[in-house]
Ligand binder design. Sequence first.
Ligand code: 5GP
Length: 134
Amino acid sequence: MASIFTKIIQGEIPCEKIIETDSEIAFLDIMPSAAGHTLVVPKLAVKRLEDLPAKQAMSLMSTMQRVAVAVSTAFNGIDYNLILNNGINAGQEIEHVHFHILPRAKGSPGPFREHIQYAEGEMQEVGAKIRNCL
Ligand code: 5GP
């Protein structure tokens, strides 16, 4: 069965898209741990990192670097975690490999410990702010 991310890639489900390349898409997480929490997803629907062909893994890393720098720049050089939950015991919920770019300010709670909710229109504003830094 196609994962929800495949549906996002195919445009069947909307997302706040940051960038789309031939082989990846990046968009804001719908249940963010912090403003700017972004997911970077290869278009190839595989479950685990090791299922990705090496060339696509390198492409994913390159897109992730570009997006991570944009996220950080958009929030005044904020620190961030790059997180891969690889497998159910590692916290993977969506069975389509993806990295989280998770902004971290001083004193922010650990990854996934708390969630924020964007105010109305805020997710679009954050998306635009990050896209402007690409
Ligand atoms: P995982 O636990 O698999 O590493 O993380 C999956 C992430 O996908 C979660 O942080 C969750 O909030 C996010 N997510 C799940 N469904 C959707 C969706 O429909 N749209 C977006 N933008 N994010 C989603």
